[in-house]
Design a protein around this ligand. Structure first.
Ligand SMILES: *[C@@H]1O[C@H](CO)[C@@H](O)[C@H](O)[C@H]1NC(C)=O
Ligand SMILES: *[C@@H]1O[C@H](CO)[C@@H](O)[C@H](O)[C@H]1NC(C)=O
Ligand SMILES: *[C@@H]1O[C@H](CO)[C@@H](O)[C@H](O)[C@H]1NC(C)=O
Ligand SMILES: *[C@@H]1O[C@H](CO)[C@@H](O)[C@H](O)[C@H]1NC(C)=O
Ligand SMILES: [Cu+2]
Length: 321
């Protein structure tokens, strides 16, 4: 009897711990989508590119720009810091919510299974002009000239600038080797948070940014290329693959400094009017904690690192399939 009631209470505990997320959204790899599903996604992105901005963020003209602004405005407090993975997870969620809530997109945020294309980004189906994101940049300005986003005028970037420019790419098969299966596996095999984070922010992260090049290679304004969201959702999957290896521990493990270096290799220099992060965003000191605030600049309510550590928790509700 005692054992049965113990079992019942364990089951109740288990079910209440995961009760909030009963029907997780299915985030799929781009190459598994049908042509119709691919077009539904790129059309929803075009919809965000047509919707007027309303948050008053500097330079942003459209809803697409406002999501890019989240990244431009705080590049130096979201890279090479403990919140790198949680912040980008929250940013992917904001983008997915905007597509679904404002543009009637019925799917979930897809990801680029980059390990399949590592070393050969130039032949990736993601760069398809008809059912993808268009191809490489062209000519001196490296503007993309094919695909649904060829005519989009970015108002944010490059870097911290606010200037009108095209979406540019400079695809590099050599750089895309960073996204290899071996590099991804090595990160998922790490045994603690800091090792997994440094690993993911290293090779797989650089593989996608450097492999696409152009705007994507700019650490500050990279979300000006819609491929950014497919790349970072793949990184989020790697983070989750790592967390799922020991879910109770790894959905509560966080750490690392919350103050980025003064200069980040490959990032435009932080202008003097962009404040140096002080580490005051919800942390008691200079180490990133679960209470660290993820600033969404009004695109969505701010959340904390704790809110986004479990992708099937009280707040987020999705799975990778
Ligand atoms: C989304 O669907 C609603 C209801 O059908 C419609 O009123 C609205 O115009 C649609 N929005 C977009 C951006 O297509
Ligand atoms: C971009 O603009 C050019 C010139 O106006 C036009 O021919 C082309 O169809 C446009 N492409 C897209 C994807 O809208
Ligand atoms: C494009 O990348 C190549 C290296 O792959 C580099 O030599 C070239 O300068 C880049 N072009 C631009 C416009 O950045
Ligand atoms: C979001 O977080 C930032 C940084 O902590 C803070 O300055 C801002 O006021 C917060 N915004 C809202 C709407 O709470
Ligand atoms: Cu980033």
């Amino acid at each position: 009897m005692a054992q049965i009631s113990k079992l019942v209470s364990l089951l109740l505990m288990a079910s209440s711990a995961f009760a909030a997320c009963t029907n997780p959204g299915k985030r799929r790899a781009w190459h598994t989508l049908s042509n119709d599903e691919k077009l539904e996604y790129t059309n929803a992105e075009l919809c965000l590119m047509e919707k007027p901005a309303h948050l008053g963020l500097p330079g942003a003209r459209t809803r697409f720009d406002e999501l890019q602004a989240i990244h431009q405005l705080q590049a130096y407090s979201t890279h090479f810091v403990g919140a790198f993975l949680p912040f980008h997870r929250m940013m992917m969620h904001s983008h997915e919510e905007a597509l679904r809530g404002e543009c009637n997109y019925t799917g979930y945020q897809p990801y680029w299974a980059e390990e399949l294309d590592a070393g050969k980004f130039t032949s990736s189906i993601l760069l398809d002009p008809t059912h993808g994101f268009g191809g490489d940049g062209f000519g001196a300005g490296k503007c993309i000239t094919t695909g649904p986003f060829a005519n989009y005028t970015n108002s944010l970037g490059p870097g911290y600038q606010i200037t009108d420019h095209c979406i540019d790419r400079n695809v590099s098969d050599f750089m895309s080797r960073g996204s290899s299966q071996a590099n991804a596996d090595a990160c998922v095999a790490k045994t603690d948070f800091e090792a997994a984070w440094h690993c993911i922010e290293g090779q797989p992260h650089s593989g996608g940014h450097g492999g696409v090049g152009g705007q994507m290679l700019n650490g500050v304004s990279s979300p000006g290329d819609p491929l950014f969201y497919l790349h970072h959702t793949w990184l989020d999957k790697l983070f989750w693959d790592w967390q799922a290896g020991d879910r109770p521990t790894r959905t509560t493990s966080i750490g690392g400094s919350n103050i980025a270096p003064d200069e980040i290799l490959g990032f435009p220099t932080r202008p003097s009017d962009v404040p140096k992060p002080t580490g005051a965003d919800g942390d008691p000191g200079t180490i990133t904690t679960l209470g660290h605030v993820l600033n969404m600049y009004g695109n969505m309510p701010n959340k904390t690192v704790a809110d986004v550590m479990d992708i099937q928790g009280d707040y987020l509700c999705y799975e990778y399939v």
